[in-house]
Write a protein that binds this ligand. Sequence first.
Ligand code: PRP
Length: 211
Amino acid sequence: MNKPLRIALTKGRLEKDTVGLLEKIGYDCTAIREKGRKLILPVPDGNLEVVLAKANDVITYVEHGVCDMGVVGKDTIQEMQGKFFELCDLGFGRCKFALATKKGSGFYGGYSVKTVATKYPNITRKHFEAKGMDVEIIKIEGSVELAPLLELADGIVDIVETGTTLKENGLEVIEDICPISARLIVNTVSMKMRQNEIESFVELVEKNLDK
Ligand code: PRP
C-alpha cells in the first residue's frame, strides 16, 4: 500500500464535521475521536493520516506540500490566498462575512474616514476598495465585537453564523459581504503525483456530502 494521504483539518467545528463526513464514508475514526492531545492521527482503513491544525496553518502545510490535502474555511482561503487547488465545497461550516456596527450608527453617512476592526484585513481592504471607499483598518485577533463597543472602530468585518454574538452585544449587520463554507484544498504537486488516490477520495467525499 502507498504511504497514507495526509490531510490537515482545521481544529474545532470543521474538524468535527469532517470526522462526521469520514465516518459517513465508512472510515473508522476512533483514533481521532479518542485523540487526547495527539495532533497526528491515523485513519488506516482510508489510508489517511489526519493532522489537526489552526486554519491558517492548514493552508501553510498544504502549500508547502507536507500535507496533501486540507479542510479549511473559505474565509481563511480568501484572507491568505496561496498556491493550491480548491477542489470542493464541503457544504458545512456555513456562515457569512458581514459588516456590522452598533445599532443605528449611520456608518455610511457623513464625510469622516471610518475605522473598521477585523481579523481579516485583506478581505476588508478589498471590500472597501471595490466600493472606492477609504477606510482605516485595525487588525484585531478575536472577539472583534469589542472594537465598536469600546469605540475603537465604527464597524467590524467579521464572521456571522447565528448572529447571537452581535445581538447580545447590541450590534447589527448593515451589509452582507459573502457566504462562507468549508473547502477541500489540495497541494498542486500531490494533485499530479497522487492524482488517482486523490480523485478517488474526492469522489467518496462528494457522494457523502449532505446536500
Ligand atoms: C466567531 C466570529 C464571531 C462569532 C460569530 O468568533 O468572530 O465572534 O464567531 O458567531 P455567531 O454569529 O454564531 O454568534 P469565534 O467563536 O471563532 O471566536 P473569536 O472571535 O475569539 O475568534
